[in-house]
Design a protein around this ligand. Structure first.
Ligand SMILES: [Zn+2]
Length: 241
C-alpha cells in the first residue's frame, strides 16, 4: 500500500518535471521564432523601400545626384573617367580633390588605396550574383539569399559606383590598420568634398549597412554641412533641396 502511494507520487513528480521542461522548451522555441521574424522584418523593410521606385534626377547639380535603391541611374547617364595609377577609374571631376586627399593622408603616414571606383552595370550585376550565390551556399532559399545580398550589395543601376562619384578606400594592412584609415577619413574627407555615404547610424534611411570605406563626392560646401549637421545625403536633400 505504502509502496504504491510512493510510486504514484513519484509518477506525479516525473509528470510535473516533464510539463515544466516542455513549457521551457516551447517558450524558448517561440521566443527564437519571434526574434527571427523581427530580424527578417527589419531586413525586408528599410524605410527607403517605402517610397516609389524612380529614376535619379541627373538634370540638376551633378555632385548631388541621389542614387539609391529606389532612384535608379538612367540608361543614358554618361561619365567622363580618369584612370588612377592602379587602374581604377573615377569621374574626372572628382579626381583632383581625391588625389589631394590621398596626398595629405599619406603625408600623415597612412597607407591607403582606392579598392573600387567606377563600375559598369554588368560589373555591379556580377558582384550581386556572387553575393547571392554565397548566401545560397550557406543554405538560404533563393528568395532569402537575394534579400540578404541586397542588404550588402547595391542592386544594379542603384550603385553610386556606377556614377563614378564614389570610391571604396581601404588600408594597405601590411603597413597600417583599417581602423586608422577609416578614422582619418571620417575626420578629414569632408575637407576634400567627400562624405561617408552609409554611416552606421543612418542604415534605416540609406537601406545599406555601415560601410566605413565608401566615400561619395558631393563637393566641399555640401560635405561640410553634412558633416556638421550629421546628415546623410537623403536627409541633406530633403532639408535643403
Ligand atoms: Zn562602395
Amino acid at each position: 500500500m505504502n509502496k504504491r502511494r510512493y510510486s504514484n507520487r513519484r509518477r506525479k513528480n516525473i509528470l510535473r518535471v516533464f510539463i515544466l521542461l516542455m513549457t521551457i522548451i516551447i517558450t524558448v522555441v517561440m521566443w527564437r521564432t519571434i526574434k527571427i521574424d523581427v530580424q527578417v522584418g527589419e531586413l525586408t523593410l528599410p524605410k527607403i523601400l517605402q517610397s516609389e521606385k524612380s529614376f535619379a534626377d541627373t538634370s540638376g547639380e551633378w555632385n548631388l545626384i541621389l542614387v539609391n535603391r529606389n532612384h535608379y541611374i538612367p540608361n543614358n547617364y554618361q561619365v567622363e573617367l580618369t584612370e588612377l595609377s592602379n587602374g581604377k577609374k573615377v569621374d574626372s571631376r572628382i579626381y583632383p580633390e581625391l588625389q589631394q586627399m590621398f596626398n595629405d593622408a599619406r603625408a600623415e603616414g597612412l597607407a591607403l588605396f582606392v579598392r573600387e571606383g567606377y563600375r559598369t552595370t554588368e560589373e555591379q550585376q556580377k558582384i550581386m550574383d556572387e553575393k547571392i550565390n554565397e548566401y545560397e551556399k550557406q543554405g538560404y532559399s533563393a528568395k532569402e539569399a537575394k534579400k540578404r545580398a541586397e542588404k550588402y550589395v547595391a542592386i544594379p543601376d542603384t550603385s553610386e559606383h556606377q556614377l563614378g562619384l564614389s570610391v571604396d578606400i581601404n588600408a594597405d594592412t601590411d603597413k597600417c590598420s583599417s581602423e586608422k584609415v577609416y578614422q582619418w577619413l571620417d575626420e578629414n574627407a569632408y575637407k576634400y568634398g567627400f562624405v561617408k555615404r552609409y554611416p552606421e547610424d543612418k542604415t534605416d534611411i540609406t537601406g545599406i549597412s555601415n560601410e566605413p570605406w565608401h566615400y561619395r563626392y558631393v563637393g566641399t560646401t555640401v560635405a561640410k554641412i553634412m558633416k556638421e549637421e550629421n546628415l546623410c545625403l537623403e536627409e541633406y536633400l530633403e532639408k535643403y533641396k
